[in-house]
Design a protein around this ligand. Sequence first.
Ligand SMILES: [Zn+2]
Length: 253
Amino acid sequence: MLVSICLSSCCSTAFGWGMKGHDIVAAIAANNLKPGVAKKLNRILDGHTLMYYSSWMDFIRKDEPYQYTATWHYANIDAGETYESMPKNPTGDVLTALNEIISKLRSGTLSDSMQTLYVKFLIHLVGDIHCPMHTGHLSDLGANKISVTWFGKPTNLHAVWDDMLVESAKKWSYTEWVDNIDILDRKRKQQLATGTPADWLTETHAVCEKIYEDTPEDSELSYQYMFDNYPVVEQQLLRAGLRLADILNSIYK
Ligand SMILES: [Zn+2]
């Protein structure tokens, strides 16, 4: 799943949650849409589900018409920096992209085809902004340069958090993930769904810094790391799914 590329503008080199993670985020969102909103989205997505498009942005990022979105999947914040203080990527990052997409969707001025496109962007990027290593350090390309082993196989810390934790901990379908983790009561869900994309980025970056602290270069990761960190993965996927639902419910109410 992990594909390494080095963009001339320099930056993170992976996709975000693997396909499973993005499907789970979309499925949690779908599970929390108001019925009228689900109906409108079904029309906007031409009969398709949110899950159908959850990873679409990763597939088209290198296609010429969509190259402008290549840097929208992450915001690499170096050690000692904050999002506010860090040098901004001139081609955009996950926060600038999300703010723009949400504001355009709220404006109600998009053509039908642009609205479809922006909803597809939104479904994916709300997942990415909750993906811890997508706020990783610029100096190590979001931990792509931090070598570790995962059950004895050489890999890097970014890949562990994008894919391996989600894929290894449970062999659930996205539906089974929803059944097992989207279990909070209404009040608790509302509390989790609060905040702005800027708040979520800060929160994700705090999770990311803790991961750096806990996972030095050349760590040999296996069961203990999986058990210790699995709740963090669950938490980030749930936050993303509930927040995506909340944005869509407020735009299409
Ligand atoms: Zn992505």
